[in-house]
Write a protein that binds this ligand. Structure first.
Ligand SMILES: [Fe+2]
Length: 374
């Protein structure tokens, strides 16, 4: 019998007004002073910050706002947040936002408790004490509210790198689709496709278990009614909740299997071309699936069945329409990115082994190619 491990030490609360109703007790359990970690704008517009502040005031807890998290958070940003957490003696952290604030908050929770030199942040396995963290996602894509990953910009390696350790799991995740009602069209598409990528990569991971794979396919089935209309301009609350559940399931399954080659290949595109994380994955996904199909057609069929599609070219057409014109990279870049990607164990974590040439081909098929000027 297959041996199965499934670890998810996050209390998940999902439902309308769950912050107002469930957070009072949850926040009180964590201590007296909170550091709220968020981006500059969205948490203020979508109502999540108002709800959190209301609960903290009602609880007579004090808090400090760190609203300096940019997209693809840098090392400087998380060290700055950690210094503030120490200075104000925060007892716990509340992260509000998409993947960037939640990922930054995990690193801040770690660095607030431990002196880790910048040079060792990506080389040393995180362990030990961290501040308790409560996550409130305001996009439906990252799944970071239920994972042990903190993905940060790694300037030394010129890519994005994941800190990954059980101590980085949040204590709790509070999910309410109402915070996504004003999410712009492009952000809705890119974040949902990030969730789709998590589900697909996890289903096709060497580390998938019977349970994680069933959950991943369930998540893909839940996304199916929305996939071809992610560019819709009107969304009901129920639709937003459904997308948020899909994203949550994506997080649950990558917490078990991690992501694979598609995410690995997407990181340099974000670093060098500033392509949004979810978009970078989505642009690469179909060429990757075509490669997998050549060796493992049954696994691709399971995904197509969940999507109620007959073949990958139907999926390709949907993705092309949602993503619009593709970015251009040079052949030289495709070669450089492939040469860096093949060094990472993640390049081999899917059910098929990839060569450097395979990776280069996936880049070349996914983008317009321009030849480098001499
Ligand atoms: Fe992702």
């Amino acid at each position: 019998m297959e041996s199965i491990q499934f670890y998810l030490p996050v209390r998940i609360v999902f439902g309308r007004d769950c912050v107002l109703q469930q957070a009072p007790g949850l926040f009180r359990e964590q201590g007296q002073k909170a550091l709220i970690v968020t981006g500059r704008f969205s948490a203020k517009k979508n109502g999540a910050l108002d709800d959190v502040e209301q609960v903290l005031k009602q609880n007579q807890q004090t808090y400090v706002l760190f609203d300096q998290v940019e997209s693809n958070p840098s090392m400087d940003c998380v060290y700055e947040g950690a210094a503030l957490a120490r200075q104000v003696q925060a007892d716990f952290i509340i992260a509000i936002g998409g993947g960037s604030p939640m990922d930054a908050a995990k690193a801040i929770a770690l660095l607030a408790c431990q002196d880790i030199p910048k040079a060792q942040l990506f080389t040393q396995q995180p362990r030990g004490k961290t501040l308790p963290l409560i996550c409130i996602p305001t996009t439906a894509g990252t799944g970071s509210e239920v994972t042990q990953y903190s993905v940060l910009t790694n300037d030394a390696q010129k890519t994005k790198t994941s800190l990954a350790a059980p101590c980085l799991f949040p204590q709790a995740a509070l999910l309410d689709g109402k915070y996504m009602m004003r999410l712009p069209r492009t952000a809705t598409i890119h974040t949902a496709l990030d969730a789709f990528s998590h589900l697909v990569e996890s289903a096709l991971s060497k580390s998938a278990s019977v349970w994680s794979k069933k959950l991943a396919l369930k998540g893909i089935k839940m996304l199916q009614p929305y996939l071809s209309r992610l560019d819709a301009s009107e969304w009901s609350l129920e639709d937003r909740d459904a997308l948020l559940q899909t994203s949550l399931l994506g997080g649950v399954v990558i917490a078990q299997t991690s992501t694979t080659a598609v995410h690995l290949m997407g990181y340099p595109l974000t670093y060098f071309h500033h392509i949004d994380h979810g978009r970078a994955n989505a642009l690469l996904l179909c060429a990757y699936l075509e490669k997998v199909e050549k060796h493992e057609p049954a696994s691709i069929q399971e995904i197509l069945d969940a999507l109620q599609l007959e073949n990958l070219s139907q999926l390709n057409s949907i993705m092309d329409r949602l993503l619009g014109p593709k970015e251009t990279i040079s052949l030289e870049e495709a070669k450089q990115f492939a040469s860096a990607a093949i060094q990472s164990p993640k390049s081999q974590s899917g059910i098929i082994s990839l060569t450097q040439e395979d990776i280069e081909n996936i880049y070349c098929r996914s983008f317009h190619l321009a030849f480098q000027r001499p």
